[in-house]
Design a binder for this molecule. Structure first.
Ligand code: GDP
Length: 355
């Protein structure tokens, strides 16, 4: 992850630090000018006295003009802080790098605001671009709540804990459900799967294969059945058999298909899941961010899992999806094996970015 972005940010920081050095040098020059100014002021005082004396006598106009000109040019060039113009110049390059690496415009805007606030007008000697960029990115990331603890706390009050998975086709939803089942089993929770994708051919067999591999029960109905009723049956099965967690698979749907979005709203309404997870593909960039936004508007998602982070060189989706939806990334999918599921941690992400 971040292979391309990490290098680009590194070289932007280096380049910008160099141009900052130019600013630092100009500060030194300005310091020298300050010393010179004191000298000039002293001389002017002498000149004033001279002028007073000269007023009583015939004077030369040029002497007066020269002293005024000298004062003006000094104040115009006196700058020791990062100016708005210089900032815009540095930001222009950084913005391009971020956007080219799938960072959403809204997220880039937040990064800009944070940098602007912390850089403009600050003494150029004390600017630490790498640290400011780190803080700006940290600000737009959200650390997820403790997934296992949330489930455990909820199970103390009621059982089962129900998790609904939604997303588009091919994003890795079924594989991710299997990974989550595996993670829960390893943490001593009992799990069952609900094959509520009753639409796509072979989807029930696909999730059935994972259920067999992981040795967890699968609750299913015929193709074409009402997906909400499959979830309902699975919850009843879990209640009867004292199963802790029900994971509901749903058919992949495009976020712009109204009827399908209405259907997922119905599944959520009927099954009242404790957690609604949007599954997006890290590599699809802004598409995944836009999908997350639409699914959030439809069913008020609890959090996000981004699959295929292992093959995403850009990484901008992971940086921006929380900033756009206000919802945390819970896990990153990092491969095709059941153990390839990583709890999202913003410090880890920042480290991967080399900041
Ligand atoms: P669904 O249609 O959303 O249910 O997607 P699938 O679960 O069938 O996954 C589609 C493809 O993506 C499969 O080949 C998976 O093995 C692959 N896949 C899923 N998650 C990951 C991941 O985190 N990394 C990689 N590299 N591949 C993944």
């Amino acid at each position: 992850m971040f292979k391309g972005l990490k290098e680009k940010l590194k070289s932007w920081i280096k380049k910008s630090e160099e141009s900052k050095e130019i600013l630092d040098k100009s500060v030194k020059i300005e310091k020298k000018k300050e010393v010179k100014l004191k000298k000039v002021r002293k001389e002017e005082k002498t000149k004033e006295i001279k002028e007073e004396l000269l007023e009583e006598f015939p004077i030369k106009e040029e002497i007066k003009k020269e002293s005024i000109k000298e004062k003006k040019s000094f104040f115009q060039s006196f700058k020791k802080t990062l100016s708005q113009d210089k900032f815009e110049e540095l930001w222009g390059e950084l913005e391009l790098i971020l956007i080219q690496n799938n960072v959403a415009l809204k997220a880039a805007e937040s990064i800009k605001n944070s940098l602007e606030e912390n850089l403009i007008g600050k003494d150029s000697k004390n600017l630490d671009l790498s640290n400011e960029l780190k803080k700006a990115i940290e600000n737009i990331l959200i650390n997820p709540p403790n997934f296992l603890k949330e489930i455990k706390d909820s199970l103390d009050k009621k059982s089962p804990f129900v998790i609904l998975f939604a997303g588009i086709n091919g994003s890795g939803k079924t594989t991710t459900i299997a990974k989550v089942a595996n993670y829960l089993k390893k943490n001593k929770f009992s799990v069952c799967l609900a094959a509520a994708d009753t639409f796509r051919a072979a989807s029930i067999e696909q999730i059935g294969q994972h259920a067999d591999n992981l040795k967890v029960p699968l609750i299913k109905k015929d193709y074409g059945s009402d997906p909400a009723s499959v979830g309902f049956d699975a919850i009843n099965y879990a209640k009867k058999n004292k199963i802790d967690v029900v994971l509901i698979d749903t058919a992949g749907r495009m976020q712009n298909k109204d009827s399908l979005m209405k259907e997922i709203e119905k599944i959520a309404r009927v099954n009242k899941p404790d957690m609604k997870i949007f599954l997006g593909e890290s590599i699809t960039g802004n598409d995944a961010t836009e999908q997350a936004k639409s699914f959030d508007e439809a069913i008020n998602i609890t959090g996000i899992i981004l699959s295929k982070a292992d093959i995403d060189e850009k990484g901008g989706t992971a940086i921006s999806v929380s900033s756009v939806t206000g919802k945390p990334i819970l896990f990153l999918g990092t491969g095709q094996e059941y153990d390839d599921l990583e709890v999202f941690d913003k410090d880890k992400l920042i480290k991967k970015l080399g900041l």
